[in-house]
Design a protein around this ligand. Structure first.
Ligand code: GLY
Length: 377
């Protein structure tokens, strides 16, 4: 049951393959893509968690196809998306003799995919790379579309590039070893596609999301496939985010501010911040009289039913409305000092709004803080 989706980008088009058991097929799937100039070599970038769980299976698959492979194992966690680890990764690649034709394989979640993709985009002015995403979040979002980045002191993903992979291999079987908290966090990026422009998918998720989170193979594959089809369509239409690709950031302006204040750690995983951010985006849309309150309440019921975060967790020292609002101004979508928010006219009807009135935004943030009993200070 392997699904195949093409990301149509002319001579940079590539496939996303989705299904259980793809890791074992990695060698056979990758071999045809390796140009003669690279001598068929690949350099695998992964993290310590994947090393202990699945790296051997990937190496066996590459060895089995006669693909010479080297690799580096980095610490797991958001802190790895940094200049320090970029430098050590580039060092390791150069020490291993990577050439222009060597293919980098990013085997991991969003952190590894973003970092290895960025390294691939600058090494020797750009080498090919392949994504083997190992988390739900990476399978439905970050591995597709060619956004690569590391974090800056000033904020998340502020240093990066667009560099499309040559292939995305999403082995849904690997998700079985994902901690339930991570799986749930990744689900926020799944439900996002229903909220953006696919109300029928949201209807389906209202029935089947518990099966997705319980790891039922058919439901997982369908959720990943529907998400990737939506993302592939949007990326093909607007690769560099000059327009509609920004819709994929629904909830993310709020999420990035929460993560920046929460410290990119255990308090809030990225997907958990997105879950809260999605609801805040709907709250803001309701506040502006653009969206029926019933749609926001329907989203809240869905998140609550699944045990997804909808409210801010307690933060040691407390949340601060001014500080959160100040983060919005650092968003990558700021143009001429104005933040573009993704709002919604209802479930499946997201749109971009460059002129959200500041008082309405403040009311929504302050309400969120008092709802969670954590502010405003
Ligand atoms: N994660 C949003 C995008 O790829 O555009």
């Amino acid at each position: 049951m392997t699904a195949s989706i093409s990301v149509a980008l002319g001579d940079r088009s590539y496939d996303i393959l989705i299904g259980p058991g793809l890791l074992a097929e990695a060698g056979a799937r990758i071999a045809p893509l390796l140009g003669a100039s690279g001598g068929g070599r690949v350099f695998v970038v992964t993290d310590e968690t994947l090393e202990s769980l699945h790296l051997e299976a990937l190496k066996d698959a590459l060895d089995g196809a006669g693909i010479e492979n080297h690799g580096v194992v980095l610490p797991a966690g958001e802190q790895t998306k940094s200049f320090v680890h970029l430098e050590s990764l580039l060092d390791a690649m150069l020490d291993a003799g990577c050439e222009r034709g060597t293919t980098i394989v990013a085997f991991g979640g969003g952190v590894i995919g973003d970092l290895a993709g960025f390294a691939a985009s600058v090494l020797l002015r750009g080498v090919p790379f392949i994504q083997i995403p190992s988390t739900l979040l990476a399978q439905v979002d970050s591995s597709v579309g060619g956004k690569t980045a590391i974090n800056a002191r000033q904020g998340k993903n502020l240093i990066g590039s667009f560099h499309q992979p040559r292939l995305v291999l999403a082995d849904t079987g690997v998700l079985r070893t994902l901690p339930p908290r991570e799986l749930k966090a990744g689900y926020a990026e799944v439900v996002k596609y229903g909220l953006i422009d696919d109300p029928a998918f949201f209807d389906w998720l209202e029935v089947h999301a518990p099966a997705v989170l319980a790891g039922h193979e058919g439901a997982v594959v369908r959720a990943v496939e529907t998400s990737c089809r939506a993302k592939a369509r949007i990326v093909a239409a607007d690769e560099r985010e000059s327009g509609q690709r920004a819709l994929l950031n629904l909830g993310h302006t709020f999420a990035h501010a929460l993560e920046a204040e929460g410290g990119y750690g255990e308090l809030l995983l990225h997907g958990e911040a997105v879950s809260i951010g999605l609801l805040l985006a709907f709250d803001l849309s309701v506040e502006l009289g653009l969206c029926p309150a019933e749609d926001r309440d329907r989203l809240r019921r869905h998140l609550d039913l699944l045990g997804m975060p909808a409210d801010l967790p307690p933060l040691p020292g407390g949340w601060d409305a001014d500080r959160l609002i100040a983060h919005f101004a650092k968003d990558k979508k700021v143009r001429d000092g104005r933040v573009t928010f993704v709002l919604a006219r209802g479930i499946g009807q997201a749109f971009l709004s460059p002129d959200v009135p500041a008082p309405a935004l403040r009311r929504v943030v302050e309400r969120a803080l008092s709802r969670a009993g954590v502010g405003p200070r």
